[in-house]
Ligand binder design. Structure first.
Ligand SMILES: Cc1cc2nc3c(=O)[nH]c(=O)nc-3n(C[C@H](O)[C@H](O)[C@H](O)COP(=O)(O)OP(=O)(O)OC[C@H]3O[C@@H](n4cnc5c(N)ncnc54)[C@H](O)[C@@H]3O)c2cc1C
Length: 477
């Protein structure tokens, strides 16, 4: 009998892990267990009555770097090349990003010349922040909050406007709590290796072997900033499911795992309520805090470390307007916490992907709400009604973008605990988890957004690396 690997969680991380296991020359038996009836986790695309696509979770994937290329390679292997909608480098959605500060939209400067010009809301050209960065000594702490790192290296304005907004845009989080080392490892590493972020970016980390395919070459030649899929990003988990089933992977849906126990022979019993599975190895691609509640008593120290990796909630409000016009063209804008604690930002979906506007086309924007405002409401036990989020989102679209007419279509979703927070010292939690797993020789591998990156590319990579570890192959090949 061959080995059985059970993968917990049918989000993109668990699907990617199963994909790479199933493509091994001598694949183990793979069982993917998903608690809900649908695969894809936070990746979810729905269609409006006019055929427009509304993304409830991620809406764009970055092609840059080795991880971006690996995802594109998988897209090609799944036969999805003709479905890809790129945002090319010369497009407004690739070039323009905005901050909403002091009641107005401000374009973020781009290119070297942009750094020399006055660029409100910053009081001085960003060149001066760059000069400060180049002359600031290397930090000595093993970790630092994003805010403290940015303030030390780039000054208080960049920290409280740009980095605060970036943390809200990527993590829906607070830059004064999030860790630079874990949230933006390339910035942390650049300082460690080159003493300066700018020098690090100029000198680069050195390029390892890059995957290659016609799609990857096209993305490079056209300088794509991101891409989606014609019918929405949910096409990706759907294609993975079809591929896995064709490769003999058992995909179980609607089967939440409710407990894990270790058998005498060193294998796992995976409890699904009224039935059990046996596994020689488990890849967990469910949130760390969920896994912490399923682990057996023997793994209590691991459960304790995982339980401290918490997540925040985000309300996603998709709005569509008939005849509405945006005041600017770009990817979207972010809102620093000092401007509005509740609105994280607005994405101009129609600018990046007009192909998804439906027929007749309508203007689509997505308002993201979260941050300290939502945390306070949650802590107070307030009623988090659809009406409340819709009202706040419409108000933001009206004041920040001038979209004053009522929307023709609106979708409201509150995603509870959807974005893990890598707070100060996150790396120590990962280290103690890794040490425990190695010392106890537990046949368990961790993957997913809870650990080393929340972007779709990071999650796919975490699944690939988990599969490589289980297969005993080199994860970086
Ligand atoms: C609103 C939003 C917008 C985003 N935008 C972007 C973007 O534009 N670009 C980008 O790159 N990234 C974006 N992200 C991040 C990215 O989408 C997520 O980090 C990623 O999809 C997480 O994938 P995952 O598989 O690790 O986790 P999940 O998607 O959380 O999947 C985990 C799965 O495990 C299942 N599960 C949980 N408990 C159990 C159990 N007990 N038994 C069995 N199954 C269980 C869940 O049902 C779920 O399907 C966004 C995220 C959100 C929430």
């Amino acid at each position: 009998m061959g080995r059985t690997v059970v993968v917990l969680g049918g989000g993109i991380s668990g699907l990617a892990a199963s994909y790479h296991l199933s493509r091994a020359p001598c694949p183990p038996k793979v069982v993917l267990v998903e608690g809900s009836e649908r695969l894809g986790g936070w990746i979810r695309s729905v269609r409006g009555p006019d055929g427009a696509v509304f993304e409830l979770g991620p809406r764009g994937i970055r092609p840059a770097g080795v991880l971006g290329a690996r995802t594109l390679l998988m897209v090609s292997e799944l036969g999805l090349d003709s479905e890809v909608l790129p945002v090319r480098g010369d497009h407004a959605a690739a070039q323009n990003r905005f901050l909403y500060v002091g009641g107005a939209l401000h374009a973020l400067p781009s290119g070297f010349r942009g750094l020399l010009r006055p660029s409100p809301p910053f009081s001085k050209p960003l060149f001066w922040a760059g000069l400060k960065e180049l002359t600031t000594p290397r930090g000595k702490d093993p970790d630092e909050t994003v805010h403290s790192f940015a303030q030390r290296r780039l000054g208080p304005e960049v920290a409280s406007l740009a980095m605060d907004s970036l943390c809200r845009g990527v993590f829906a989080g607070n830059s004064r709590e999030l860790s630079i080392r874990s949230c933006f490892p390339s910035l942390f590493q650049a300082e460690q290796t080159h003493r300066s972020i700018l020098l690090g970016l100029l000198l680069g980390a050195g390029r390892g072997p890059q995957p290659d395919s016609a799609l990857i070459r096209q993305a490079r030649a056209e300088r794509w900033s991101q891409w989606s899929l014609r019918e929405g990003l949910e096409t990706l988990p759907q294609a993975l499911n079809t591929h896995l089933t064709s490769r003999g992977v058992s995909v179980l849906r609607g089967q939440p795992v409710c407990g894990l126990s270790l058998e005498a022979e060193g294998c796992w019993k995976v409890s699904l309520g009224d039935s059990n599975l046996e596994a020689d190895h488990i890849i967990s691609a469910i949130p760390a805090s969920v896994l912490s509640k399923l682990l057996p008593a023997e793994a209590a120290p691991l459960a304790r470390a995982l339980s401290t990796i918490t997540a925040v909630s985000v309300a996603v409000v998709n709005l569509q307007y008939r005849g509405g016009r945006l005041p600017v063209q770009g990817f979207g804008h972010l809102v620093p916490s000092s401007e509005d604690p509740g609105i994280l930002g607005i994405v101009y979906d129609s600018v990046a992907f007009p192909e998804q506007d439906g027929s007749p086309p309508g203007l689509r924007v997505t308002v993201m709400l979260g941050g300290s405002w939502l945390r306070t409401l949650e802590a107070r036990g307030s009623v988090l009604s659809q009406e409340l989020f819709q009202k706040e989102a419409e108000k933001a679209a009206a004041t920040q973008l001038g979209l004053k007419e009522p929307p023709s279509h609106c979708l409201v979703h509150l995603h509870k605990n959807c974005i893990p927070q890598y707070t100060l010292g996150h790396w120590q939690k990962l280290e103690s988890a890794t040490q425990f797993l190695a010392a106890q020789k537990l046949p368990l591998t961790l993957a997913g957004a809870s650990y080393e990156g929340v972007a779709v590319n990071d999650c796919i990579e975490s699944g690939r690396q988990a599969a490589a570890r289980v297969l005993g192959t080199e994860p970086n090949s």
